[in-house]
Design a protein around this ligand. Sequence first.
Ligand SMILES: Cc1ncc(COP(=O)(O)O)c(C=O)c1O
Length: 412
Amino acid sequence: MLQLPAFDVAFARAQFPALVESWALFENAGGTLVPGQVIGRLNDYMTECQLQPAGAYGPSRDAAERISEAQRLMQEMMGAEADEVMVGPSTTMNVYLLAHALRPLFADGDEIVVTNLDHEANSGAWRRLAASGMIVREWRVEPDSAELEIETLASLLTDRTRLVCFSQCSNIAGGINDVMGITRLVHDAGGLVCVDGVAYAPHRHLDVKAWDVDFYLCSPYKIYGPHLGLLYSKRAHFLSVRAQNHFFIADSDIPLKLNPGGPNHELTAALTGIIDYFELLHRHHFGESHLPLHDRLGQLFALFAEHEERIAEPLVAFLQAHPKVRLIGRGTADQQQRAPTFSFQVAGRNSSEIPAAAAERGIAIGSGDFYAARLIDALGARDRGGVVRASMVHYNTAEEVARLIAVLDEVL
Ligand SMILES: Cc1ncc(COP(=O)(O)O)c(C=O)c1O
């Protein structure tokens, strides 16, 4: 096991032009800031080659190369193989496209399992397939723990189960689900899995091949990048799903066949800046390395996870000890168990009051249902404004967490 160096958070923060000391950002689960490397890549593309790509003339060839390089880097980041990752507008839109592309492969009466833990992105588009004759079953969280129990899923699987859609990490409760275990169970029952990794990907190393998932989604605007969505599909599935693009785009033309309109060029080119940033951080902490990019990212994310766990510990302790607070999900900062996304309710208060009071004191947190509306209902949290959410990433500091705790102590 590699001995991890200490994480240099000041060095990481220095890469983000929008990070200032006067306020502390704890709404990262909604969207992260971007480092200068992403802004630079976007600016370079728009300055130097914002034209129709893949022509014979210089800047056009250059544009095509930058787009395909960015796509290749995203594929490596996810641990996928060539052409298995589609860059689309958002995770919500990518799931919508995938649902349309998969439906013709299923028969009426075939079954899909969705959860009430998920953000609606990996739920609503699948539920709508009920209108076309599919049977949709709901894998429900335990209302007290906000946990999805694998035994509950086992009882929902039948010989008609074609697909199970769930999230690797809740954007509310922060708990990390056992993707490999769930995937194995579903595969053994003859189904496929579609995993929402949006709330996981900013915090942990992605490894779609090791997990053996069929479909996997994440959103770069929560991974220090531009507002886009990434969809991974195993190659065989990508080839067999129904194309959603123009009739003359070949069925074998993956990932384009699933992406009407194609990728946004300049934002796709800007994705390379995420990897520039990760490479810089990796070199700063580990020196020159000949490991493949995917392995270097594994080392870097191990560093992020250590740092996140360490800075989250005092917040968990505070929230758990506070007599008025109901913490949603696991009462730990353990990196194996959760991402550092903490949601809670405060006795006698509407959740919307807390972010407003915190904002006056230089702290950015959020409240509401964060589009995980079914979870908020299952938790009985709807009528008091949903939950308050404080979410951190690797660029947050222990000092910021101390400020957050002091402000919460004052306003709760
Ligand atoms: C867990 C999770 N899944 C999906 C989404 C939706 O992502 P997008 O905005 O790319 O559609 C979000 C956004 O908040 C999310 O937190």
